[in-house]
Structure formats: structure tokens, C-alpha cells
Design a protein around this ligand. Structure first.
Ligand SMILES: [Fe+2]
Length: 370
């Protein structure tokens, strides 16, 4: 019988209007850093709502975190928070904004660059009180212990990891996802599906994470098209955010697999959105599971339904996502040698894949996905 440990945030508030909980959270004395991405949270009124809920507190706002956030942005944000003596951080927005805030929470007090942590020169010791509020239903960043960052000069995507990085409080208010455009709804949703599927197949899976993964898969298969076709469908938005956080809790405790292992170098080198790359790679990697881990694949289809690979391909098409990487980047074939040269096999997501990945297997998967 397998022994396992589970690491969850202290509290997850879920449901419409839970953003109001911000006013009731007891935070440490001192000012609060509010970290967000582009203009979306301003436009839909969420920033003003949070500021209204914190009206008696001093709030330092850091806006403009870019997609696939870079180490430079994390350092810039950390410097701002240090300068203002911030004691709590709130990340509100998509995965990049949450990952930026999470990384800052882990490193800002030391005064060192986040690169020193990624290079292994220093370890995370003290993490700020951190609240995560997702505005997309996909990344699961609100419940994980790692922040995915673009290490610009090394041209890689890598993770800052630490058990204390798990957000203390999570607020999942589907209202924040209502204004998400169809395209972002589609590819962030497929990222969530990839998390759930990879968590199920992961060598680190256990009965709890598998139960969460199956629940998330069913919710996404039933709701993603509805959310893409009609962003005002409250039930579909509710279910997609529920699936995303459930998948997040699953993979945060099981690890991922080859879709993320291969997808990160592809995304970092070709500068492609994470969810779109995953949506293309997922059915190809699942074919590999079917071939080399057939027993596990049969259990998966028993739990999640038959013809899952075909269903995912059809779903991708219906929600308007491409089926080949070359449709995202016409020059992708020329970048393959560089992508292969930065591939990591023994650690990170790849290490949890049920089928041991080799350069030839990865090359075959990438060629199939081109
Ligand atoms: Fe992901």
C-alpha cells in the first residue's frame, strides 16, 4: 500500500461573490502588495473592488506582469515590495500574475535576485503571507508550491519551488473569469485538462489525487465548450473554475508528466502560450501512454470514459485550438534542435511520466505534433 503526503492551502474560498472574503482575512500588520497582469482586472473592476475591500490598508499595486513571467519582472516587483515594506502579498489574475506574486513572496525579503534561488545559490527560508485569486480557469497556480518563470538569458522555463510557497488563502470567485475571452477560456481550460490527465498518469499519483483528477476531467469535458461558446454561462464558468482548482490540487500533490516536460522548452523557445502547446501535445503523449503503459491507460478509460484521445482532439477543434505546432509557429521545425538541447529528462514534470522519456521518444512526439 502506497504511503503519501498531501499539501494544500490553509483555506480555499470557492463560489460566486467570494471575492468579498478579502475584507475578512486577517493579514499581518503592515502594507499589502497587490500584483496583477495586464489591464483585464482593471477593466472588469476587480482591482477597484479589492481596493474598496481593503480601504483601511495601505496597498502597493504592481501591474503589468507579462504572460510567461520573466525573472526580471519578479526582481522588479520584489524590489518595489521591499521598498514599501510590504508584509502581505495578493496575486490576482492569470497564472503569470499569481506565479510572479508567489515568487516575490518567497524571495523579496532577502534582497537577492530570484535567479540566485533558481541557480541553487540560496534556498527559500521565509515566505510572506500570500493570497492567490485566479481570474482564469486553467493554471492551478493558486494551489501549487511552485512558480513557473521564464529564465530569459538561459532561454528556459523553470520553477521556483518550496513548500512554503503554497498560498495561505485562495479565493476562487468564478465572477472574475466571466470576462475571459473565448480563446483564453479555450487554451487555459485545456491546460487544466492536461493537469488532470497528467496527474492521473503520474508516477506520483495516489488515490486522492486520482479522484480529484477524474472529477476535473469530467467537469472540463462537459463544460469547456459551453464556456467558450457562451462566456456568460455562469454554470459553465463555475464548473470550469472548480475543475481547474481540483486539477491543481491533484497535480500539486502528484506531479505532472511529459506534456509539461516537453511543452515548457517548446513554449520558452518559440514563445508560445502554455495552454495552446499543451492542447496540441496532450493527445500525442496520450497515444504514447496507450502504447507503452497500456494497463494504466485502460484504467484511465475505465474511470474517464472510452475514446478519450479522439474526444480531446474533437474538443480542441470545436473550441478553435490548432492541432499542430506549425500552425502556431511556421518556423517551429527549425527550432527543434534548440528545443531538444534544453529538454530536461531526469527532473521536473518529465520525471513523473509513466513512460520513461528518451530523446528519441521526445523527438517522435514533437515530430508528430509539428
Ligand atoms: Fe500547465
Amino acid at each position: 500500500m502506497k504511503q503519501f503526503s498531501l499539501l494544500f492551502p490553509s483555506t480555499i474560498h470557492f463560489g460566486f461573490a467570494t471575492l468579498d472574503k478579502v475584507a475578512t482575512i486577517k493579514m499581518p500588520e503592515g502594507s499589502i502588495g497587490l500584483v496583477t497582469g495586464g489591464a483585464a482586472m482593471r477593466k472588469n473592476g476587480s482591482i477597484d473592488r479589492v481596493l474598496g475591500l481593503l480601504k483601511n490598508k495601505k496597498v502597493i499595486i504592481f501591474e503589468g506582469v507579462e504572460p510567461e513571467v520573466s525573472v526580471e519582472t519578479v526582481d522588479k516587483c520584489a524590489k518595489t515590495m521591499r521598498k514599501h515594506g510590504v508584509t502581505s502579498l495578493i496575486g490576482i489574475g492569470g497564472g503569470s500574475a499569481l506565479d510572479c506574486a508567489k515568487a516575490v513572496a518567497g524571495v523579496y525579503k532577502s534582497g537577492k535576485s530570484v535567479k540566485d534561488y533558481l541557480d541553487g545559490k540560496i534556498k527559500i527560508s521565509e515566505t510572506a503571507f500570500f493570497i492567490a485569486i485566479p481570474s482564469t480557469a486553467g493554471t492551478g497556480a493558486e494551489v501549487t508550491k511552485n512558480a513557473v518563470l521564464t529564465y530569459t538569458e538561459k532561454k528556459i522555463k523553470t520553477s521556483l519551488r518550496g513548500e512554503t510557497l503554497v498560498p495561505k488563502i485562495v479565493i476562487c470567485d468564478p465572477q472574475l473569469t466571466m470576462s475571459m475571452p473565448p480563446e483564453i477560456t479555450a487554451y487555459t481550460g485545456m491546460d487544466a485538462l492536461t493537469h488532470a490527465v497528467e496527474s492521473y498518469f503520474s508516477t506520483g499519483a495516489n488515490e486522492v489525487t486520482k479522484g480529484f483528477a477524474v472529477k476535473a476531467i469530467k467537469l472540463i469535458m462537459e463544460n469547456i465548450l459551453k464556456a467558450v461558446e457562451n462566456g456568460s454561462n455562469k454554470t459553465a464558468r463555475y464548473n470550469m473554475l472548480l475543475a481547474s482548482v481540483t486539477a491543481g490540487l491533484a497535480f500539486a500533490n502528484s506531479g505532472l508528466g511529459a506534456v509539461h516536460g516537453i511543452g515548457h522548452p517548446v513554449g520558452a523557445i518559440a514563445h508560445l502560450p502554455h495552454g495552446k502547446v499543451n492542447a496540441i501535445l496532450l493527445p500525442v503523449v496520450m497515444e504514447c501512454h496507450k502504447k507503452y503503459a497500456s494497463g494504466l491507460f485502460k484504467s484511465f478509460e475505465k474511470d474517464c470514459g472510452e475514446n478519450t484521445i479522439k474526444k480531446i482532439k474533437t474538443l480542441n477543434k470545436k473550441i478553435g485550438l490548432p492541432d499542430k505546432l506549425s500552425k502556431l509557429d511556421s518556423d517551429i521545425a527549425a527550432k527543434l534542435p534548440l528545443i531538444m538541447s534544453t529538454m530536461v529528462y531526469a527532473s521536473g514534470s518529465m520525471a513523473f511520466n509513466p513512460v520513461k522519456m528518451t530523446p528519441s521518444k521526445v523527438e517522435n512526439i514533437l515530430k508528430e505534433a509539428l
